[in-house]
Design a protein around this ligand. Structure first.
Ligand SMILES: *[C@@H]1O[C@H](CO)[C@@H](O)[C@H](O)[C@H]1NC(C)=O
Ligand SMILES: *[C@@H]1O[C@H](CO)[C@@H](O)[C@H](O)[C@H]1NC(C)=O
Ligand SMILES: *[C@@H]1O[C@H](CO)[C@@H](O)[C@H](O)[C@H]1NC(C)=O
Ligand SMILES: *[C@@H]1O[C@H](CO)[C@@H](O)[C@H](O)[C@H]1NC(C)=O
Ligand SMILES: *[C@@H]1O[C@H](CO)[C@@H](O)[C@H](O)[C@H]1NC(C)=O
Ligand SMILES: *[C@@H]1O[C@H](CO)[C@@H](O)[C@H](O)[C@H]1NC(C)=O
Ligand SMILES: [Zn+2]
Length: 340
């Protein structure tokens, strides 16, 4: 009984980690970087696809695509979203070290297909809810595909079954989780007093200093991921290949070797997502439903603003009246004083 429970829990945690992508921090950094790059009509368009009170800030939605999958976050709906689980990654045969769409992404049921799908749906969908959904999936999957182990070996589920310890911490982790969150967490702790906004500023500066061309070829990006995996990520501090049968022990050397890659990927993810959203904002056809929904959220915002203004006007009027009354009475009292 206890054992089954434990096994289920372990399974759950592993699966959780498998689709969790960069974790909350990495995903929100990528989305923030992207939003900092938006120009022309893109910010307004994004605003029309987010609840008005967020003022177009997408960061909170960066991990929506993960959170819908779990009973904890989505107790009534999680079962309805399980079909989207496999869209967070693509698996290749172990150590095949190449990506072949017809073998690895059948019927587009993988992260590359999903990015294509939601890029298209974002601009062709007529239904507003569907557009929002497409946007939230897209911003997440574009982050995931920059985590190298989201293009992973099928046999160990993208590194989820490769277990070990990191930085002398006694609790066990796995290679996938290390790349999702472990390396970033170590960086935050070492150099940024665990302050995410300081870390964001640092990554933002890295992005601003970046001069290379933006490469928007996702198949090439997948090949780069695979190259990293086959030449670097699976090699421990003694350059011995890691696998699911032996527990790894990783620390400072592995961290120093790989953290620059992690940060470069955050930068690349932010740049590519920003470029994509700008491009879509420019090329999307103007749709009646889009106008309607814009009008709709616009109208709501207007009503709220007018309402707020009304309240402000009343409160302001009241304050001015009170103050003038107070001033008047003070003046009177002063003059009364001076008179006496
Ligand atoms: C967007 O929201 C995140 C938290 O959800 C916050 O850290 C960030 O500063 C916000 N960005 C802007 C531009 O307001
Ligand atoms: C495309 O998106 C729709 C709507 O979310 C989904 O039902 C479908 O499975 C997706 N297809 C792929 C290949 O991702
Ligand atoms: C881990 O422990 C070893 C041996 O006690 C020590 O030399 C090393 O500095 C520790 N590493 C970290 C990152 O704390
Ligand atoms: C993080 O750093 C920023 C900028 O220095 C600061 O304003 C903020 O209060 C810090 N946050 C925390 C939780 O320490
Ligand atoms: C592992 O390989 C790297 C790169 O080839 C090399 O710099 C390093 O010295 C090697 N480490 C060990 C322990 O052999
Ligand atoms: C796993 O790695 C260990 C250490 O390198 C090696 O001895 C073992 O043969 C490997 N197992 C498999 C199944 O590849
Ligand atoms: Zn994910």
């Amino acid at each position: 009984m206890f054992l089954t429970h434990w096994l289920l829990l372990a399974l759950f945690c592993d699966t959780y980690l498998h689709v969790n992508g960069w974790g909350l921090v990495g995903h929100s950094i990528i989305v923030r970087l992207a939003q900092s790059q938006l120009i022309d009509s893109a910010p307004e368009w994004i605003r029309s696809l987010t609840p008005w009170h967020w003022n177009g800030n997408l960061s909170a939605m960066a991990s929506w695509a993960d959170s819908i999958l779990y009973e904890d976050n989505n107790p009534t709906g999680y079962a309805n979203w399980q079909w989207s689980r496999m869209l967070h990654y693509v698996n290749i045969p172990d150590w095949s070290c190449d990506y072949q769409p017809e073998r690895d992404c059948i019927n587009d049921q993988c992260i590359l297909g999903a990015i294509k799908n939601y890029t298209k749906r974002l601009v062709t969908e007529h239904d507003h809810i569907q557009q929002e959904e497409a946007l939230y999936f897209l911003i997440h999957f574009l982050g995931d595909i920059h985590q190298p182990l989201h293009v992973g070996f099928r046999g160990d589920r993208g590194g989820n079954s490769v277990l070990g310890t990191f930085m002398n911490v006694t609790s066990r982790t796995n290679l996938h989780a290390l790349w999702d969150v472990g390396l970033i967490a170590a960086r935050l702790e070492k150099d940024f007093q665990k302050n995410i906004s300081l870390y964001y500023d640092y990554i933002y500066q890295l992005m601003m200093d970046e001069t290379s061309q933006i490469d928007d070829n996702l198949e090439q990006l997948s090949e780069q991921n695979i190259n990293l995996i086959c030449s670097q990520i699976y090699f421990d501090e003694n350059n011995v290949t890691m696998n699911a049968s032996v527990n790894f022990i990783l620390g400072e050397i592995y961290y120093q070797r790989n953290i620059p890659i992690v940060e470069q990927r955050l930068v690349d993810g932010g740049r590519l997502l920003g470029t994509l959203l700008n491009r879509l904002a420019k090329t999307r056809p103007q749709q009646p439903s889009d106008k309607k929904s814009k009008l709709c959220s616009g109208t709501i915002a207007l009503i709220v603003i007018l309402g707020l203004e009304g309240v402000l006007a009343i409160v302001g009027g009241l304050l001015i009246w009170l103050r003038s009354k107070k001033k008047l009475s003070t003046r009177y009292s002063i003059s009364e004083f001076s008179r006496t």
